[in-house]
Design a protein around this ligand. Structure first.
Ligand code: PMP
Length: 286
């Protein structure tokens, strides 16, 4: 059976899941989205994702035509229709069909798309070995331009950084903000470990408030590992004992090389390993 996609209230075959060329989501990247995970048949941190989605929508003056509960039901229905126990969900809200001008208020109804599918951001061997990443030359969008706290459909800032990583033969790019502080990866949050302390950039340094990031911060607390939000410079990356990235797509993955420099001893570190293991147990309810 073809993959079932939820499109504006109906489940349709993947081939029939098409949108108008006049949708402002396509024409202008005008819209918001979420990337969620299903573990053991349950949407992980559904409420936190809904809160972020509705905040993103509010920030761009977009009214989502469903409640959080309705969207969650629709996601569960899509997952069940495809028979998944574990999968990734992409929930997309576009501004909707309008005319060839920027005015978003001329778009009649927002478009709502739910894709449930498998995802593999990095090959399994990199989860064991750790990633080689670079710091990008392209600067993270200024919060007064388009706040990185909005999970908008416009990912070009991140895509330009990702291209730099690919060109350099690296797996991921880390963006710095306009002040030179470390912000985040193109599609994930970053953590470093220094002298037994776990550090991650503050949300005001140009960071999406990651659901996985929040989970890791909570797990640190449970494990009695000191964890703090703080501004981090490129220097902190280079002298870190350990480094790792978090995201719904990537989950938790070690970084063992940054700009060609080995992090720690060049292998995933013990705190990263402990958090990765605890994370996998936690998301499956153990
Ligand atoms: N930063 C960016 C830019 C992202 O795209 C993502 C992935 N959604 C994250 C961080 C991680 O957020 P989360 O843990 O909620 O997936």
């Amino acid at each position: 059976m073809a993959l079932q996609i939820w499109l504006n209230g109906k489940l349709v075959d993947r081939e029939q899941a098409t949108v108008s060329v006049y949708d402002h989501g396509l024409l202008y990247g005008d819209g918001v989205f979420e990337g969620l995970r299903v573990y053991n048949g349950r949407v992980f941190e559904a409420q936190a994702h809904m809160k972020r989605l509705f905040n993103s929508a509010k920030a761009i003056r977009l009214t989502i035509p469903y409640s959080g509960t309705e969207l969650l039901e629709a996601m569960e229905k899509t997952v069940a229709a495809n028979g998944f126990e574990e999968c990734y969900i992409r929930l997309v809200i576009t501004r909707g069909v309008g005319c060839l001008g920027l005015n978003p208020f001329k778009c009649a109804t927002p478009g709502v798309i739910i894709i449930a599918d498998s995802i593999e951001l990095y090959p399994p061997e990199l989860y064991a070995k750790g990633l080689s990443v670079i710091t990008a030359t392209v600067v993270r969008t200024h919060a007064n331009s388009l706040s990185p706290r909005v999970k908008s459909l416009n990912y070009l800032n991140n895509i330009l950084a990702k291209i730099e990583a690919i060109d350099a033969g690296a797996s991921e790019a880390i963006l710095l903000n306009h002040e030179g502080n470390v912000a985040e990866g193109s599609g994930d949050n970053i953590f470093v470990v220094q002298d037994g302390q776990v550090l991650t950039p503050t949300t005001t340094d140009g960071v999406l408030e990651g659901i996985t990031r929040a989970t890791i911060m909570r797990l640190c607390q449970q494990l009695d590992i000191p964890c703090k939000e703080r501004s981090i410079q490129r220097h902190d990356l280079y002298i870190a004992d350990e480094c790792f990235l978090t995201g719904s797509g990537a989950e938790v993955i070690a970084v063992t090389k940054i700009d060609g420099r080995e992090i720690g001893d060049g292998k995933p570190g013990p705190i990263t390993g402990k958090l990765l293991q605890t994370f996998h147990r936690h998301v499956r309810g153990h």
